[in-house]
Write a protein that binds this ligand. Structure first.
Ligand code: TRP
Length: 443
């Protein structure tokens, strides 16, 4: 077997891992969730959960990977044995499922990039809404774009850790920041932007319900790529001498920063042109093109925006694909090339019903639920498997493996009281708060 590849250094590791974290979750989902859940109130709750257990779990997953130098299944087998590898197995499965519907939405961003560049979208909001509905529900086009996106993704993952993932992330992540800053600058200087800024930054607690709390926790999980071993996998490409907590703090900080910047980019523009901030998932694909249509130089900013979204989605989807590929290369001694091809093809095949369920199959609901295939995949993976995986990881590291893990962190320079706090969160705070959202999701 070929020797395991390692990140070339700290910068590459941070860019790749931040690339996994920063994705559609931050730029597409976060602003519309904030838009319909009380603006600043949602922002504050989200940041609270990220601080409460997000950073802790990021460190836990990374150190499991660094110690074992294995994919999630192999990592749990090496450290825990017994039934623990099933936690890794559930993660790999969740990665597959998320990848399949993620490429569908990512495909929309590629399509909209094209529509913006050719100016083929209408200009008024109602017409844009119809256009979006017609596009996502059509039987062929979105699937073609999802396939194109999967090809891009597989093209990077085939290249491996250094010449594939790391190289792409070193280039794409800084580009993403530049694009984001350009758009934030444009948005907050629009006449009338102040109202949107106020909405986003001033909490409206009257909109907060227990469902809001649970979506804020779910958002923290999804946004940090937690709960399915993506960070175990990326941690497994660290050398045993690489230290984790400082880099983890930077990664978590970048992820939250991008979510905040995405809110600053989208909500002021929405208010400046008098649209409804609680438009939901269509906020990005319907409302923003309407905003761009009324803005001087709007088609330029539109291309920049959807380019940004596509870049963010790409570095995240790469990490989803990599988890499953790493599982097949580690556990079944497959070559990277054949593993990538296999996973990309199955993932794409599973994406087809997800896409069709928004159109010609929309009448079909998964038996026993009221959800179409797309929503069912999203719900099962994001609201059940990820929190469950995160909770079990916290329990495993906190209760079964806390001594070696905190010894390793202290040896790497972490202040001992912080290591004890870390174990305390893993033992009590994380399992209880995550248990609460799983309960909320099924009750
Ligand atoms: N974090 C990414 C986003 O915000 C999505 C993602 C990538 C992810 N890898 C993951 C989510 C692993 C959960 C688990 O869009």
């Amino acid at each position: 077997m070929a020797a395991r590849e390692h990140w070339s250094g700290r910068f590459g590791f941070i860019m790749a891992t931040a690339g996994s974290a920063v994705g559609l979750g931050n730029i597409w989902k976060f602003p519309y969730e904030a838009g319909r859940n009380g603006g600043g109130a949602f922002l504050l709750m989200y940041l609270f959960f990220v601080a409460l257990f997000g950073l802790t779990l990021v460190i836990a997953e990374l150190i499991v990977g660094r110690t074992t130098q294995r994919n999630p299944v192999g990592a749990f087998r090496a450290l825990g044995g017994g039934l623990w590898p099933l936690v890794g197995g559930m993660g790999v499965l969740a990665g597959f499922v998320i990848l399949s519907f993620y490429i569908v939405v990512a495909g929309w961003t590629l399509a909209y990039l094209g529509f913006m560049a050719t100016g083929s979208l209408g200009t008024d909001a109602a017409q844009l809404g119809e256009r979006f509905g017609a596009f996502v529900s059509s039987p062929v086009q979105p699937i073609v774009y999802a396939g194109m996106f999967m090809v891009l993704c597989a093209g990077v993952v085939v290249g491996g850790v250094n010449s594939g993932i790391e190289k792409a992330s070193r280039l794409l992540m800084p580009a993403l920041f530049v694009l984001l800053l350009v758009l934030v600058g444009r948005s907050i200087t629009l006449p009338g932007a102040a109202e949107g800024l106020g909405y986003f930054l001033r909490p409206d607690w009257s909109k907060v319900t227990s469902a809001t709390v649970s979506s804020a926790i779910g958002q923290a999980f999804f946004s940090l790529s937690l709960g399915m071993g993506a960070l175990v996998t990326y941690g497994s490409y660290l050398k045993s001498t690489d230290t984790i907590p400082g880099s983890a703090a930077i990664i978590v900080g970048l992820d939250s920063l991008v979510a905040i910047l995405a809110g600053l980019m989208i909500l002021p523009a929405v208010f400046a042109f008098g649209f409804d901030p609680s438009a939901g998932p269509g906020l990005t694909f319907i409302t923003l093109p309407a905003v761009f249509a009324q803005m001087p130089g709007g088609s330029f900013f539109g291309v920049v925006f959807f380019g940004l979204l596509a870049v963010a989605a790409l570095t995240s989807a790469i990490s989803l694909l990599e988890v499953v590929v790493c599982y097949f290369t580690d556990e079944h001694s497959m070559h990277r090339k054949s593993a990538t091809l296999l996973v990309a093809m199955i993932g794409f095949a599973l994406g087809i019903p997800a896409s069709l369920s928004l159109g010609i199959w929309s009448g079909f609901t998964v038996p026993g639920t009221e959800k179409n295939i797309f929503d069912f995949m999203d719900f099962t993976a994001s609201n059940l498997m990820l929190p469950l995986g995160g909770m079990l990881t916290a329990i495993f590291v906190g209760w079964r493996w806390s001594q070696p893990a905190s010894d390793a962190l202290i040896k790497g320079g972490l202040w001992p009281p912080l290591a004890s706090g870390w174990v305390f969160i893993l033992r009590f705070v994380a399992p209880l708060s995550i248990g609460y959202i799983i309960y909320g999701a099924i009750a």
